[in-house]
Design a protein around this ligand. Sequence first.
Ligand code: TYD
Ligand code: MG
Length: 471
Amino acid sequence: MAKSRVQFICQNCGSVHQRWAGKCDGCGEWNTLVEEGTSGGIGSGPASAKNARKGRAVVLTTLSGEIEDAPRIVSGIGELDRATGGGFVRGSALLVGGDPGIGKSTLLTQAAAALANRGHRIVYVSGEEAVAQIRLRAQRLGVADTSVELAAETNVEDILATIADGKRPDLVILDSIQTLWTDLAESAPGTVTQVRAAAQAMIRYAKSTGAAIVLVGHVTKEGQIAGPRVVEHMVDGVLYFEGEGGHHYRILRTVKNRFGPTDEIGVFEMSDKGLREVANPSELFLGERHAKSPGAAVFAGMEGTRPVLVEIQALVAPSSLGTPRRAVVGWDGARLSMVLAVLEAHCGVRFSQHDVYLNVAGGYRISEPAADLAVAAALVSSLTGLALPADCVYFGEISLSGAIRPVAHAQQRLKEAEKLGFGSAVLPLASSKGSEEITGGIGAGAFRPTELADLVARIAGSRRSRANEDE
Ligand code: TYD
Ligand code: MG
């Protein structure tokens, strides 16, 4: 019989090492290797040949055929359904990841209640909290009198035996995957081997019965417990629940979805009565604006199919440091360096004696390059002390040559800006290939520069025209 060997598995990325090391070769994280046994088949490839059984023939079938019931179960919580691509898919596994305390359990309790009210059988299994705690939360959320079935349990075999009883559940929520353990794997709960084995068992259950399952996963910075990363490839969909500590906005972001688009977001607001949907995120992110101060520009962005307007704030202050400070919240630091370099090289705007701080309002995070133009406008505005027009939106990508490049969905961005009362826009002259021509509305009178220098000249020129007005 093969001797049970020891292996060291990185708790961050799951790569297997024969020897312990301080740093994982796979992902470069420090102190994440943990010793795990390999005698079981799970997590370490097939077990010894002696235990192998003869394969059983399965029935092959066709693509067309009867599907018992609606393939999706819709919660009625619009922002959640949007992020999942139209509801939970039967027989699929969804991972909801996020920092501890961000509101995952709250969201799923509300989702469970909403689904139960629509006549679905929902089972909520918590491995982290006692039944009393969950009841307390449900009371606070005002959903205590729904038919959600509850259990505080961590053993996968026990959970499977429990839900096999009676009518098949429509949705099983497991909070969290890191607390689950199965008899089949020998490692401690929370290790990569256990997390993978437990997830595998639950996913197998979902596929074979047609129940949808939701796995909750904590994002961990330390290597103490395995992060959700290690099961991402096994599940059908991955949603991340994000938010900045001080803010009460929460964003549910689709990272992977085998049954829908991946660039959607759902926006929520955390209140004392749980999470509230925010159907129009632009109003939220623009809610606290001080229109008259320099250094603020409104970016007309896109999240999936939905336009989102958000304020970008820049502060450019004289620096006493040899190497001035560059700090970014909500955007890419490398991208900021690029925009600064283009401003210096092609527009004659110098930042070498200044600290630069950039912030995206509301704890929101932007990944689109289309924000370049709004960032450049905010930076120039802060440096010159000239406030930008309060009713203007900006979008466009900046290339290293200083040219302004077209971005997709220009018409949609402008429509959203118009809806929210904006009266002017700055956008690229060229329109992206395949997109409709911009007609009417604020697009017609928009300023459409081809070079970044044109925009800088226009902002600097506003000083002169303002001086003339004062005379
Ligand atoms: P929770 O859902 O327990 O987070 P997670 O499961 O992601 O760890 O939410 C915890 C936080 O949410 C906690 O700090 C309190 C806050 N909260 C509210 O502000 N309002 C509420 O109605 C609830 C239930 C929680
Ligand atoms: Mg929780």
